[in-house]
Design a protein around this ligand. Structure first.
Ligand code: OVM
Length: 411
């Protein structure tokens, strides 16, 4: 892998097409990550379709437009990559995912297998173990009173339950986060952030592909469901390995940032924490609202497959479009008080998990993790406060923290 030369000609300034408003926003800069909300508003308010001058790329940030593009997979393809790089022009830095970076009919076969692998019934079989681990972890943290909400909970919980559930062996699990960090960085421009994460994850490359092999997965882990589907001829055995790789890639950093999002939000909105304590059935809605509010996955791209228009502007085959999921999830045309974290709001329809054929296939797993953690917290914790300056983790796609100093009291 050579991230440095992956897409050399990408990223030059290109003037907007006639009539499309150009903006000097860099959505892959630390200044943007530190506070994306004023720029999200500019992106939404300027026009439905805007141009990012720095990258020479069209972008949409309003809820209705993001939803429309996500639903129209025939015009807005994933098969040429869902990052800034166009596989057809700039090459690829790893074997393309047969689920994320694919269109029907390949996508349909892959999706059917992952739907089974990550089904409601499989989640039901995991719930008791996950809930017991959450209880154990929260007991320990309540005992400690002060801890880092990132390292000791948002990261620790998924890392404790997920690799066991899929059936991984013990060695090398510390590769999971750096690998995901690199892949999610790879969807942005080939900036220093991506290059540095690719260097850090160099060894994780072959490790992940090895771990995804059938013989390296325990017989009772849910990863085997992909291989059982291959035994029945629904996909090839090679494809089964690719689907397990997809789960290993997409399943950790995302849930880490989802849990981190809800912890950070509850610590900042004590009224919402009180509501959750009084009514534990709000655990699942609270997690969902945190996904809308923080949008751990901030952006994805699509590639235009055929002539079309956006806001009346012509698009040609091969054009890349950047979708701001995080901005859509706070669009005031769709949401009442979008910048308020409200665990009782009607949150259905948010695009934090996407929508349409590519909507997050692991969302039941994410929600299960979020729910059991919040349920344990609501039973065991009295108050939560932030005791120091939280630190952001910068990633070209993911929004989240690397440090969240917390103090909790017992009930
Ligand atoms: C994959 C993959 C990787 C990253 C994210 C993702 C959000 C999927 O390899 O399929 O979905």
């Amino acid at each position: 892998m050579d991230g440095g030369k992956a897409f050399p000609e990408l990223g030059g300034a290109v003037a907007p097409p006639p009539g499309v408003p150009g903006l000097d926003i860099d959505p892959f800069s630390e200044a943007f990550f530190a506070d994306p909300y004023p720029d999200h508003a500019r992106l939404r308010d300027t026009a439905p379709f805007v141009w990012l001058i720095k990258y020479g790329i069209g972008a949409i940030a309003r809820y209705e437009d993001v939803r429309k593009v996500l639903l129209d997979w025939e015009t807005f393809s994933s098969a040429r990559g869902v990052g800034m790089a166009d596989f057809a022009k700039h090459g690829r830095f790893r074997l393309p995912s047969i689920i994320l970076e694919s269109d029907p009919p390949q996508h349909t076969r892959s999706r059917a297998v992952l739907n089974k692998t990550l089904s409601f019934l499989v989640m039901k079989s995991l719930r008791e173990t996950f809930a017991a681990e959450a209880d154990r972890m929260i007991d320990e943290l309540v005992e400690k009173r002060e801890f880092d909400g990132c390292a000791e909970l948002a990261e620790a919980f998924p890392l404790r339950v997920f690799p066991d559930a899929i059936g991984m062996n013990r060695e090398g699990r510390d590769n999971l986060l750096p690998y995901g960090d690199m892949v999610f960085n790879s969807f942005g421009p080939p900036n220093q952030r991506f290059l540095a994460s690719a260097t850090r994850a160099e060894a994780a490359f072959t490790w992940v592909e090895t771990q995804a092999q059938r013989e390296n997965l325990s017989p009772d882990g849910f990863g085997q469901i992909c291989y059982q589907a291959a035994d029945k001829g629904e996909v090839t055995h090679k494809e089964a390995a690719m689907l397990v790789r997809a789960i290993l890639t997409a399943g950790v950093d995302t849930t880490v940032n989802g849990i981190g999002a809800v912890l950070f939000a509850l610590a900042r909105f004590p009224g919402e924490w009180r509501k959750l304590r009084e009514n534990r059935s709000l655990a699942r809605p609270a997690f969902e609202e945190a996904i809308r509010f923080e949008s751990p996955v901030q952006t994805f791209f699509r590639t235009v497959t055929r002539p079309t228009t956006l806001d009346g502007h012509p698009l040609a085959e091969g054009d890349k479009i950047l979708m701001f999921l995080g901005a859509a999830n706070r669009d005031p045309l769709k949401w009442e008080n979008p910048d308020t974290f409200d665990i009782e709001r009607p949150v259905a329809g948010h695009v934090g998990f996407g929508v349409g054929i590519h909507a997050c296939v692991g969302q039941l797993l994410a929600r299960l993790e979020g729910e059991v953690v919040l349920d344990a917290m609501a039973r065991k914790i009295g108050t939560i406060e932030v005791t120091g300056e939280p630190e952001r983790r910068f990633n070209n796609t993911l929004r989240g923290l690397k440090k969240l100093p917390l103090r909790v009291t017992a009930v």
